[in-house]
Design a protein around this ligand. Structure first.
Ligand code: FAD
Length: 483
């Protein structure tokens, strides 16, 4: 990949314009005039430390008007930009590839309004997900999305990636929950579609295009979102199972017996749990070791009623040997402790070096097969083992069982071309054969750019390109990424 010469090189004159435009000094970090007030590096490097850009300028506008002027100037002067939220994305979409300037939304972080009757929240794009959820908790509501990076990701970034997370099973996708969007287009136009209506059938639903566009057609500055009432009673069960067939049986039974109170059903293989145990030093939640573990969460309105249901469910799955062992948590500390065995996985995988990550949607009956097939393939090639001679530490799988979304992860001691060759396009071909998706919830970013055609046909690719050209005719928005 080469830098496209159509984009301008950043000059001192450009930097001078932005400095004069932005209201506070800390809103502009600049490596061009060499008086950087803050380190520019964290904005150039992604969460996995896999991708590194070379921006010399980071801009943090405080409001949509400032952002509009920034984008108009960039568009007029052919300066390429990368929108950035919490920079927790896992596909290299939030950092520059070359010297594109970074526009970070962290200063646009206000809650604008919340209606306690309808449950509709309107907030700036730069609000951190956890802050939004804490705000809602004080008002007995819940943000309809939860994920391991909640302490750093921003709701604008969540919407831009159409993040799925831990409770999609219960609250559905952002395509359904986001009611309105405010965004700035590359030419500076402010799009005000911050609708707070549940129903609004007035022609094309244009906001949907921004959901999951990964910053390629404009920058989201605010969202309105439907939030549910917070459940009074939350219970979590964690159990060990002997096979993936049993995991499927457990899921089917949970849907039947827990029905309306089921709020999460997560899958972790034994290898991920051993890794969490090894890296954190925490005692495993169950005495024995099992090839598979599941975490089931219920959220309802009546503590006794929910506990009774969950107890009956657990007794049933234990008696029928669907589950081999299990434990139950009903207070906040225990609940968080059990969740940490699921949420902590992403972090511990990188402990020995890098991680090859695949975020896949696969028909549920075959969900785990790809982990075994990939492990066999890398083992046969002599790439997996203990000790520094082997690049691959292990091949593991975990994910959102209830959404048929598997995270196939290959933790390594170092990124290695021989491993890459064995993995790609093998993984994508495997998924394509089963009509799956090569990106269930993380997006495409730069990682999956060469592989989009495994999940989208030619007609759809053509339509996507036409939309991109319509919104961003000069191509300044997040270039070199998937489109
Ligand atoms: P960034 O990483 O900053 O950006 C992501 C993309 O969105 C980039 O392409 C960027 O250009 C664009 N973008 C950001 N802000 C805007 C904006 N305001 N307007 C337009 N474009 C914008 N994802 C899931 O779906 N489910 C999970 O369960 C999940 N778990 C995770 C756990 C961990 C520990 C980590 C590190 C990540 C996880 N993710 C998960 C990845 C997920 O995509 C991100 O955490 C999150 O949605 C991205 O938000 P962000 O603010 O960090 O965006």
């Amino acid at each position: 990949l080469k830098r496209d010469p159509k984009y301008a090189q950043l000059t001192e004159e450009h930097v001078k314009y932005f400095k004069e435009l932005l209201s506070s000094e800390s809103a502009c970090i600049d490596g061009v005039t060499k008086d950087a007030s803050e380190d520019i590096e964290p904005f150039n490097s992604d969460w996995m430390r896999k991708f590194r850009g070379h921006t010399q300028l980071v801009l943090k506008p405080s409001n949509k008007e400032e952002l509009s002027k920034i984008l108009k100037y960039c568009n007029d002067n052919m300066i390429a930009v990368v929108p950035q939220g919490g920079n927790s994305g896992l596909v290299g979409g939030s950092v520059p590839v070359f010297d594109e300037i970074v526009i970070n939304l962290q200063k646009m972080n206000k809650i604008r309004s919340f209606d306690e009757v309808s449950g509709i929240l309107v907030a700036d794009a730069g609000v951190i997900l956890e802050n939004a959820d804490n705000y809602l908790a004080e008002r007995n509501h819940i943000f309809p999305l939860d994920l391991g990076a909640k302490g750093s990701c921003q709701i604008g970034g969540n919407v831009a990636t159409n993040a799925g997370g831990l409770r999609l099973l219960r609250y559905g996708s952002l395509h359904g929950n986001v009611l309105g969007i405010e965004a700035v287009l590359p030419d500076g136009t402010i799009v005000n579609d911050l609708c707070t209506l549940r129903k609004n059938n007035t022609g094309y639903d244009l906001k949907q295009l921004f959901i999951g566009a990964e910053g390629t057609i404009g920058i989201i500055t605010a969202v309105s979102i439907q939030c549910a009432a917070r459940s009074q009673a939350v219970n979590v069960a964690y159990f060990g199972l002997e096979s993936f067939e049993k995991v499927q049986e457990a899921y089917r039974t949970a849907k039947g017996q827990l029905a309306e109170i089921l709020s999460a059903f997560e899958l972790m293989d034994g290898r991920t749990q051993k890794l969490v145990n090894k890296v954190t030093g925490k005692k495993m939640p169950l005495e024995g070791e099992y090839p598979f573990y599941c975490l089931v969460e219920t959220s309802g309105s009546n503590t006794d009623h929910d506990a009774e249901k969950l107890q009956a469910f657990l007794e049933h799955v234990m008696e029928t040997e669907i589950v081999l062992d299990g434990t139950l948590a009903d207070n906040q500390t225990q609940i968080q402790e059990l969740w940490s065995w699921r949420e902590g996985i992403t972090e511990v995988l990188g402990h020995e070096g890098g991680v090859y990550k695949y975020d896949l949607s696969i028909p549920i009956s075959e969900l785990y097969d790809i982990v075994n097939d990939t492990r066999d393939r890398l083992t046969e090639a002599g790439l997996v083992g203990d000790g520094p001679d082997y690049p691959v530490v292990d091949v593991v799988g975990y994910g959102h069982m209830g959404d048929a979304n598997l995270h196939l992860n290959i933790p390594t001691r170092r990124f290695d071309k021989a491993v890459e060759k064995k993995l790609e396009p093998f993984v994508y071909e495997w998924v394509q054969k089963r009509n799956g998706s090569i990106s269930a919830e993380h997006g495409l970013g730069v990682t999956k750019k060469p592989y989009v055609s495994y999940s989208k046909n030619e007609t759809m690719m053509k339509l996507m390109k036409q939309i991109k050209d319509l919104y961003d005719p000069k191509g300044i928005m997040n270039p070199y990424k998937y489109i």
